[in-house]
Design a protein around this ligand. Sequence first.
Ligand SMILES: [Zn+2]
Length: 232
Amino acid sequence: MTSSYAELKEQAFQANLEIPRRGLAIYTFGNVSAFDADRAVFAIKPSGVAYESLTAADMIVVDLDGNMVEGHLRPSSDTKTHAALYRAFRGIGGIVHTHSTYATAWAQARLPIPLYGTTHADHLAEDVPCTALMSADAVAGDYEAETGRQIIDCFRTRDPTQTPMVLVAGHGPFAWGKTAEKAVYHAVVLEELAKIASITQSLAPNTERLPEHLVRKHFERKHGSKAYYGQD
Ligand SMILES: [Zn+2]
């Protein structure tokens, strides 16, 4: 029997394969989901399955309450975090969570990643934000849903379409985008920004942030109505 979610599962599968390919995770670490806004469901990696043995048919389809709609395996343990973000952030079509090395190091240091250079400004016009550390009460509750809440709290004064990434304090990075493929792209960029910022700080601990005129120039040349970078 063919699944009516075959295309969504294929998108999620292909995006998950990019995680080990881009060096963002070891073993079974990390997960990607792909969202179908019209049907209000998303396809996500099953829990604890190695990337080498993953198939498109293994992807689990769940609704925005995290209930299983289709699948024969248990969905990723982070499913409720993904569901919370799809409910809160309109216009996103894919989410990635990894423990990629440099981004996780900044998350563990509980520090936003400073906007030191134009590589960073090409993708977002502010520091990569870092959430507050989760309280004991929140951890004792619905942990994965609370992780989503930590992220959403951090975006009360931010636009998730302009800043498609975050560090969860003490834990690791989440990234998102219009599609699952774009979300993985942002996760790869985030890891690179984290790495470059780490090296910059080790060379010159007092490095100042890039001045606003350079930030605006680089961000606006790639984003918004006046963008002129690339070939459309
Ligand atoms: Zn994690």
